[in-house]
Design a protein around this ligand. Structure first.
Ligand code: FE
Ligand code: FE
Ligand code: ZN
Length: 279
């Protein structure tokens, strides 16, 4: 079986070009930013470029792809203006994603900055309910987080609390991040099946739509969020082979967010395919 394995790619020089890069590095899925990840401002939409990528995705044996929201987005800021900006950015990105129907839009739930988990989760759900349209063709994903500072999403219960308050139940899902989960204290390395069972109990495995495959520079529970290349961290290469080939996960898109350039990601993808027994 050929798994869907890819990497986070730059969309700076165009969306179609990014799809071509994916093919060049042996990827059959990938992740990208719809806009500058550190700024709020979006480039004007280029429908032709997006149509071209859509054609490439349809014909190229790709699995679903994942857009990633800007890092500066915080739907549970204390500041109303920042919360409104988050909604504005997500609405704009989801509009762009309608040119690439049937894919995912992943975001960091946010940091409650002392307001408390409950208020934070309620504010995040309020933004999702303001922005998600029942007719949209993109499923929005909450990312599992390392739980540093007041970050929401370090516990599966956080995600459950948000999901429970979302009106469009068929447009909300989860993206796991292996570095974040290990840093948050989930023992993926030694107890993968137990962690998956716990996720299934709290959130539901049917919500899981994508996985970020990152090794971690830090030990389990460190709450740091420092990604390492595959095999250069505390999870190790063999773990990722097991993860990707896992019968409950093997159909999902797996995205590298490792500190690498495209050539480095190509080598990681090739290595993972060998380890998973692909030819
Ligand atoms: Fe992320
Ligand atoms: Fe991630
Ligand atoms: Zn991270």
């Amino acid at each position: 079986m050929n798994h869907y394995i890819g990497a986070h790619l730059s969309s700076a020089t165009g969306f179609y070009k990014m799809g071509k890069t994916a093919l060049e590095i042996g990827a059959n899925t990938f992740q990208f930013f719809c806009r500058n990840p550190r700024g709020a401002k979006a480039k004007p939409l280029d429908p032709l470029d997006l149509e071209n990528l859509r054609g490439l995705l349809a014909g190229g044996g790709f699995g679903p792809v994942v857009a990633h929201a800007p890092y500066i987005m915080n739907a549970c800021s204390k500041d109303k203006g920042i919360r409104e900006l988050a909604a504005e950015m997500m609405a704009g990105d989801l509009q762009l994603m309608e040119y690439l129907p049937g894919n995912f839009y992943n975001f960091h739930p946010g940091s409650h900055v002392g307001q408390g988990l409950e208020t934070g989760c309620t504010q995040i759900a309020a933004m999702l309910n303001a922005v998600i349209r029942p007719e949209q063709q993109t499923v929005v994903l909450l990312e599992t987080m390392a739980g540093k500072g007041t970050e929401i999403g370090g516990r599966f219960e956080d995600l459950r609390s948000i999901i429970d308050q979302v009106a469009c139940q068929d447009r909300i899902g989860v993206c796991m991040d292996t570095c974040h989960m290990s840093d948050a204290g989930y023992d993926l390395l030694h107890h993968l099946d137990d962690v998956l069972a716990e996720f299934d109990r709290v959130v539901g495995l049917d919500r899981l739509r994508a996985i970020h495959i990152n090794d971690s520079q830090n030990p389990i529970g460190a709450k740091k969020d420092r990604h390492a290349r595959i095999g250069e961290g505390t999870l190790g290469e063999a773990f990722f082979a097991r993860l990707i080939a896992h019968p409950k996960l093997c159909h999902l898109p797996f995205i590298l967010e490792t500190p690498n350039d495209d050539a480095g990601h190509a080598a990681e993808i090739a290595r993972l395919r060998v380890l998973c027994g692909e030819n």
